[in-house]
Design a binder for this molecule. Structure first.
Ligand SMILES: *[C@@H]1O[C@H](CO)[C@@H](O)[C@H](O)[C@H]1NC(C)=O
Ligand SMILES: *[C@@H]1O[C@H](CO)[C@@H](O)[C@H](O)[C@H]1NC(C)=O
Ligand SMILES: *[C@@H]1O[C@H](CO)[C@@H](O)[C@H](O)[C@H]1NC(C)=O
Length: 484
């Protein structure tokens, strides 16, 4: 019988701005020859407390310090040389070991859902621990608020391995959970013109901004943007509107107050360059993933993907008018500087990889296409993300062999399904290691089974009337206490 896979994509909820692909929650077959993740559980007592009670002093400190702006004027300016000091891990081909600590700062409308899927599958396969949003009904870390330690669900002494759902960058608490010494910080950017168009239209900004009835809402908005003080109250009701200007730098944590300050933006970009080990570029997605694979010392099969959460072609504004393009650039000058900077560092990194990179890239593309052919039916499939909104979907081939099927399915599984699945997974792990509270039902758990220390009561009046009490009463104390 035909196994038709229904996939739901896309969708913005006012709170979470997450895209939905709906599919079942299944585990990957653990075929990997990966080193077992070392972890010890020393206590599960945390279970009984509310999260707020169990934040350690260190966590509280990390949490209370919100990252606002970093004074990096004391840091050296020559960043390229600073970057090149990092050991080129990939070159020691056989000797490096896979990185299992990754913070992916998930930016909006940049192809980030596909990266999240890659990280979800990898972490699931290796039983890594995901940092998940604390609120069960949410799939973001209270975005657009800056990330805090208290926004994440308890980790029960499992060390944090991966964070890959929407969280706004905040250095201190993120460094607390993902110490820089053994973690990799990664993110992805996209050409600000297409990214902004995608944010504006996918998130339906025209309506809350009052440009819905214009023939060209985006173009008109950019010609007559309301002042910040008029947009600010709208942001409170439509959270997505926090992305109304420089959306990528917003996700990366820059305050609005610096959006028109070129000194601050340049400094912040330099700061980000130090914080992030890899900034990927959507327009060069496969190259990005290959850099990622080499940075993390993963295998090619770990980075295979299908594009997730893509808008239908007809919904994409195919040709953006030249004037609108220029206005997008002008409105988002800071994001444009960000993109230009990391576009250059990206290609420097690619060049530094040498000729083996292009060769591996060709192999990667072939394997990716082969997997697509094995998994997916040809043609366009639509799925309803939420009422009336359709996005690109996939349909699984009928005759996919069993051993491949799980992989194919997981590649189409969206981040919401994964968050739900990981919540269940960690709960099950915790249940397994928790002492079952059934000692009263255990027939062997009875003190009568031994008799060495049997109770031998002193029965008064049974031949012991003149025996002295075992413990004499402290007379003096008794008298002193009762009399005032
Ligand atoms: C920034 O750092 C420099 C060098 O350490 C220092 O001289 C300057 O006062 C700092 N600025 C602020 C605003 O803290
Ligand atoms: C992950 O956990 C499952 C279930 O406990 C186990 O069967 C599997 O071997 C584990 N995989 C790895 C790579 O540790
Ligand atoms: C721009 O940012 C820099 C760096 O934080 C700051 O020193 C300066 O006062 C800012 N300029 C304005 C006009 O706010």
């Amino acid at each position: 019988m035909a196994f038709h896979m229904k996939t739901l994509f896309g969708c913005v909820s006012a709170i979470s701005l997450i895209c939905i692909v709906f599919y079942g929650m299944n585990n990957l077959p653990s075929t990997a020859r990966c080193p077992t993740v070392e972890r010890k559980i020393t206590s599960t007592r945390n279970l009984k407390f509310d999260r707020a009670d169990i934040l350690s002093a260190g966590e509280r400190k990390a949490d209370q310090t919100e990252y606002r702006f970093v004074n990096i004027s004391s840091q050296p300016e020559n960043l390229p040389s600073l970057k090149s000091q990092k050991p080129p891990k990939h070159q020691k081909k056989q000797t490096c070991s896979p990185t299992n600590h990754v913070l992916f700062l998930k930016t909006h409308k940049t192809g980030s859902s596909t990266i999240t899927n890659i990280l979800n599958r990898y972490g699931d396969k290796k039983n890594l621990t995901f940092v998940l949003p604390r609120q069960k009904q949410l799939f973001t870390f209270l975005w657009p608020a800056r990330f805090r330690v208290s926004y994440s669900a308890p980790l029960y002494n499992f060390g944090a391995n991966i964070l890959c759902n929407h969280a706004r960058f905040n250095k201190r608490p993120m460094n607390y959970i993902f110490p820089k010494v053994h973690s990799r910080y990664i993110t992805i950017l996209r050409d600000p013109v297409s990214q902004y168009e995608s944010v504006f239209n996918f998130m339906h900004f025209a309506k809350p901004l009052g440009f819905k009835d214009e023939e060209d809402p985006l173009g008109t908005f950019l010609k007559f943007p309301p002042p910040f003080q008029e947009i600010k109250p709208l942001m409170k009701t439509t959270l997505a509107l926090n992305l109304v200007r420089n959306p990528m730098l917003f996700d990366l944590g820059l305050d609005f107050r610096y959006f028109q300050n070129v000194t601050a933006v340049k400094r912040y970009i330099n700061f980000l360059d130090k914080e992030f080990d890899l900034v990927m570029i959507l327009e060069h997605f496969d190259e990005s993933l290959l850099l990622l694979k080499r940075l993390l010392c993963w295998e090619l099969k770990d980075i295979l993907y299908f594009k997730l959460n893509e808008r239908q072609d007809k919904q994409k504004q195919k040709v953006i008018d030249k004037e609108v393009r220029e206005d997008i650039k002008s409105w988002n000058k800071a994001d444009f500087m960000l993109y230009q900077y990391f576009y250059r560092t990206f290609w420097k990194k690619v060049k530094a990889q040498g000729p083996s990179f292009q060769k591996e890239l060709r192999v990667f593309k072939r394997r990716k296409e082969a997997l697509s052919r094995a998994c997916l039916q040809k043609g366009n499939f639509l799925d309803e993300a939420y009422t009336g909104v359709y996005v690109k979907g996939y349909s699984l081939k009928k005759n996919v062999p069993m051993r491949k099927r799980k992989l194919c399915e997981n590649m189409m599984k969206n981040e919401i399904s994964y968050v739900k699945y990981f919540r269940e997974k960690i709960n099950n792990q915790v249940k397994k290691i928790e002492e079952p509270d059934e000692y009263l039902d255990d027939p062997k758990n009875d003190w009568e089974v031994a008799s060495d220390l049997e109770h031998d009561p002193i029965l008064s009046g049974v031949g012991s009337a003149d025996a002295a009490p075992v413990v004499p009463k402290p007379d003096s104390l008794q008298g002193g206490e009762t009399k005032p």
